[in-house]
Design a protein around this ligand. Structure first.
Ligand code: DX5
Ligand code: ZN
Length: 222
């Protein structure tokens, strides 16, 4: 089995030195950089958008994994691609024309992701399985870092893995991921783990390296 990807969420980083924080987790051995875009509408919090993403793009060569927690993702897809996103993930709850949205993301040359809130059924994926590169399973209600993992998502991950058959689609899990919660989601079929507070604690490259390794080892030994 391929190594699980670790995607630190910059939501838990120091925004005052975002580029340095991204370089620190890059040097600490992460795989992807998870960028939580919040609009204060779909979720009750605001973070950043394309100009900030563009301004930190040159800080690393790692994959930019943009998680759009926004109500109207369609009209800005190209702007996110131009800002440097490699993966663009939209929420199923706000996409009336999900098939079209995913197709547009791929046409822009990005990998197309769909995110599901904890209460959202995986059924909405059934007819877009061949349009997908990634499913982002929320294991907390989106909007804030540092929340507790919701264990019912483990069964959901297993059902999605089953639904995907042999397709080469990542299942990424987001929210409350720690060395304690990582093993169950990886055993169920997750291939990428987002972690905010569990990575950005300690405030130094060495701490970030230890934190990433702890999650990686827990994921390996499930
Ligand atoms: C929540 C975000 C997550 C968040 C995870 O809305 O999508 O990426 O930063 O933070 P932790 O790992 O602290 O739960
Ligand atoms: Zn996220």
């Amino acid at each position: 089995m391929a190594e699980v990807k670790i995607a630190p969420s910059v939501l838990a980083s120091n925004f005052g030195k975002l580029a340095e924080e991204i370089q620190a987790v890059d040097q600490a051995g992460c795989d992807w950089i998870h960028l939580d875009v919040m609009d204060g509408h779909f979720v009750p919090n605001l973070t950043f958008g394309p100009p900030i993403i563009q301004s930190v793009r040159s800080a690393t060569d790692k994959v930019f994994d943009a998680h759009l927690m926004v109500s109207n993702p369609d009209r800005l897809l190209e702007i996110y691609q131009k800002a440097g996103a490699d993966i663009i993930t939209v929420h199923a709850e706000v996409c009336e024309h999900l098939d079209r949205t995913l197709t547009q993301i791929r046409e822009l040359g990005c990998r197309a992701g769909v995110s599901l809130n904890p209460h959202t059924s995986e059924d909405c994926l059934r007819y877009v399985l061949d349009r997908l590169d990634l499913v982002l399973v929320m294991s907390v209600n989106p909007g804030f870092g540092g929340q507790s993992f919701i264990p019912t998502v483990v069964d959901k991950i297993a059902r999605i893995r089953d639904m995907l058959g042999g397709r080469d689609v990542d299942i990424e899990v987001d929210g409350g991921i720690t060395p304690e919660t990582a093993p169950s989601v990886v055993a169920a079929g997750a291939t990428a783990l987002v972690a905010g507070s569990a990575v950005f604690k300690g405030g130094s490259i060495d701490a970030y390296r230890d934190n990433i390794e702890a999650i990686r080892n827990a994921a390996r030994n499930q």
